[in-house]
Design a protein around this ligand. Structure first.
Ligand code: DX5
Ligand code: ZN
Length: 222
């Protein structure tokens, strides 16, 4: 049995009360806080940046998982880690050199991960599997919370799971987008190690109930 990690995305949380949200998440049983940075160019939306990440970092001791949906992630790695990121994931489709970006993240003292958009084939990740801590597979087009899980991405999760297991690589598979009780079970069965969930968790009366519901859905598949 793999210990599945729940990453709570604050993208659609109450931004006016981010400190309270962070404190609630800390007690919710979620394994980490997922923070989506968008620049309005790489994706058609703008979310939040370093001052907000710093504020979150001040208000919680949670592990901070920062998903950069920006055009040139390499340029902003020092600021991202300085603002509190423990894990930085960036898109292979961005314009930064992936090798240099992975090196920069590690040199700045954080864990590193690559992200694949739905239309990026799994083979693109292969050269980096032994260099990163996490591979994030998007199961929606990045940019917005609340979209539907793309089931056609399950094969990508299975393919990478198989290779990681065969080669006994020390890299985790993270899945992000459209995760709810049903799709969490599908992603877990396909081989995910980490599930990012935003709107599903926050639509519950408390975030703790949302996290609990996800864990129960996944447990049923084990
Ligand atoms: C989308 C973001 C996700 C988003 C997930 O671009 O990367 O992390 O917050 O939201 P839900 O869980 O609502 O699909
Ligand atoms: Zn994300």
């Amino acid at each position: 049995m793999r210990g599945l990690e729940i990453c709570a995305s604050v993208l659609n949380a109450d931004m006016g009360n981010l400190e309270r949200v962070s404190k609630e998440l800390e007690k919710s049983g979620a394994d980490m806080l997922h923070f989506d940075v968008m620049d309005g160019v790489f994706v058609p939306n703008i979310s939040f940046g370093f001052p907000v990440l710093e504020a979150v970092n001040r208000s919680t001791n949670m592990f901070l998982d920062v998903h950069l949906m920006i055009t040139d992630p390499l340029r902003y790695i020092p600021e991202t880690v300085k603002a509190g990121a423990d894990l930085v994931t960036f898109h292979l489709e961005s314009k930064s050199d992936p090798y240099e970006t992975i090196r920069a993240i590690k040199e700045n003292g954080a864990k590193a991960g690559i992200v694949l958009k739905p239309r990026t084939i799994f083979e693109e990740a292969l050269p980096f599997l032994s260099l990163v801590d996490v591979v994030l597979i998007m199961t929606v087009e990045p940019g917005f919370g609340g979209q539907s899980f793309m089931e056609d991405q399950l094969d990508k999760i299975r393919s990478l799971r198989k290779i990681i297991d065969e080669k006994q690589l020390d890299v985790k598979l993270q899945v992000d987008g459209g995760i709810n009780d049903k799709t969490a079970a599908m992603a877990a069965e396909a081989g995910a190690d980490m599930l990012v969930a935003g709107s599903y968790i926050f639509k519950h009366e408390t975030v703790a109930l949302g996290v609990k519901a996800l864990r129960e859905a996944v447990r049923r598949t084990e």
